[in-house]
Design a protein around this ligand. Structure first.
Ligand code: G3P
Ligand code: CA
Length: 290
């Protein structure tokens, strides 16, 4: 750990912060730890995205960090699914042919529970369901995994920040050991991330996107991570992010997405990123080990 990171970490500890950020500043480009590899929507190249089998597959491959997407049903249940429509990743067109465009927010949980969220991916996954966030958290815990939780389309779901935090609290995920190193909440919606930070300042947060350098200090007030698409960054951008202290006093981290090939993985390692989010985490891990 270099002096900047050590100073920031010491400051955070002295301030009584409960967070122990993952090796802040120990970037691969300066001889530090390699990036953490995060299984995107679970190991979603190998199992249906955002399902329990997808996080089980990530666990079987040896990955502790998984990413997911959280949205809300018509009757107020939080579910794990990426698109705002059920069409691509379930058989909703067959079960409810007259309900186009099949928006998540227009279906009750009882209706969504009838859908098959695995058969689109492969016959071995027939019968897989869209998980509730509560079910998902139980499985992440059972698997001893960590979670990068994305609030997806929060503008459609007023109050989803508080509701998500309540589900996390009920699942035991807002105690010190979990917030210290097992949970990050992120979104493309900066207002939503800021709300999470204000409601539960101990929770580590991330902004999805590539803010202009001049805007980064504003984000640093309420996030710990800036998580951009890998095609939008460079070594100098990552350095500029690292130069700022995040919401908990440690250097802002960068987890980039969605990296699914060895060449791109090696490129972003060279940029010094802290995390690599991948549908094929095993491919990224193999590239990192070369
Ligand atoms: O975690 C990064 C990534 O999930 C953001 O994009 O569309 O896959 O949710 P998306
Ligand atoms: Ca996502």
């Amino acid at each position: 750990m270099h002096a900047r990171a050590l100073a920031a970490t010491t400051t955070a500890l002295l301030a009584g912060a409960v967070l122990t950020l993952a090796a802040p500043g120990a970037h691969a480009d300066d001889g530090g730890a390699p990036p953490v590899v995060i299984a995107h929507r679970g190991a979603s190249a190998y199992a249906p995205e955002n399902t329990l089998p997808a996080i089980d597959k990530a666990a079987a491959l040896g990955f502790r960090w998984v990413e997911n997407d959280v949205q809300r049903t018509k009757d107020g249940r939080l579910v794990v699914i990426h698109d705002d429509s059920l069409k691509r990743t379930t058989n909703v067109e067959d079960v409810f042919p007259d309900r186009a465009p099949w928006k998540v927010k227009d279906f009750t949980y009882a209706e969504i529970a009838r859908l098959d969220a695995g058969s689109w991916f492969g016959p071995e996954y027939v019968g897989t369901r869209v998980p509730t966030l509560a079910e998902y958290m139980r499985r992440v815990e059972h698997n001893h995994q960590n979670l990068l939780l994305e609030l997806k389309n929060p503008e459609f779901y007023p109050g989803i920040e508080q509701q998500t935090l309540k589900v996390l609290a009920n699942a035991g995920w807002l105690d010190a050991p979990h917030v210290a190193g097992r949970l990050v909440v992120q979104s493309f919606n900066a207002d939503s991330v800021r709300t999470v930070h204000q409601l539960k300042p101990a929770v580590k947060t991330g902004f999805l996107g590539t803010p202009n350098l001049t805007d980064l200090p504003g984000y640093a007030g309420f996030v710990d991570q800036i998580n951009p698409t890998y095609g939008s960054i460079s070594a100098s951008y990552v350095n500029a992010v690292h130069a700022l202290a995040g919401a908990h006093g440690a250097p802002l981290e960068v987890s980039t997405w969605t990296v699914d090939d060895a060449a791109s993985a090696k490129k972003v390692v060279g940029y010094g990123v802290d995390g690599i989010i991948s549908n094929k985490p095993d491919v990224v891990r193999a590239a990192l080990q070369e």
